[in-house]
Design a binder for this molecule. Structure first.
Ligand code: SF4
Length: 193
């Protein structure tokens, strides 16, 4: 008899909603072959070990393995048996203990908050540079001490090293310390004939 919950409806009815089960368009290996993941029902010890290994292998190719692991750890009452995200019940218990030690008793809430913040950051559109930022970028390019030949300031990619050098030069220039290129010395007064 199957003791594992593998259907989306059953999962959503009972699960901790703060960490939802990951979405996937296709059936996962455990939905295709739930018996493979219910290793406790295999009587023979050697066969059970082989079943665990095969289930772990199947999980390793599953597209939602990371989210599945998080969900399985957050829902111990739904995952007391079987292989979930390539973990056995014993391994899941150890992982949960580690999470409690690191993040506290409400580690599920902490992880859910981290996930939400990450999703918000990813959903935030890239902000175009302001006029001031564009001017500073132009000034950085103007301050390049050694220009590559041919010099194409708007095409040459800036390496991290060059960017750091430019920033340093820019800061010196803004502080009035950079040498002013192209500035002529005043002519010496002519001596009287
Ligand atoms: S990773 Fe999770 S969803 Fe994927 S096959 Fe394993 S137990 Fe099933």
């Amino acid at each position: 008899m199957r003791s594992r919950i593998r259907t989306r409806d059953a999962v959503s009815a009972l699960a901790d909603e703060r960490i939802p089960f990951p979405h996937t368009e296709h059936p996962t290996p455990c939905q295709d072959d739930p018996a493979l993941f219910a290793f406790e029902e295999v009587a023979d010890r050697l066969q059970r070990t082989k079943t665990i290994a095969r289930a772990k292998l199947a999980c390793s190719g599953c597209p939602v393995v990371q989210g599945c692991l998080k969900w399985a750890l957050a829902n111990p009452s739904l995952t007391p048996r079987g292989v979930w995200a390539a973990t056995t019940p014993g391994k899941r218990g150890a992982l949960r203990n580690g999470l409690v030690q690191r993040l506290g008793d409400d580690w599920v809430g902490v992880v859910a908050d981290q996930d939400r913040r990450r999703e918000q950051q990813q959903a935030t559109p890239a902000v175009p540079p302001t006029v001031r930022e564009q001017m500073l970028a132009r000034l950085e390019l103007e301050l390049i001490p050694t220009r590559p030949q041919p010099y194409e300031p708007w095409r040459e990619p800036l390496t991290p090293q060059r960017r750091a050098d430019n920033r340093r030069l820019l800061e010196r220039a803004l502080a009035g310390k950079a040498p002013r290129r192209g500035r002529r010395r005043p002519p010496k007064p002519r001596s009287a004939p």
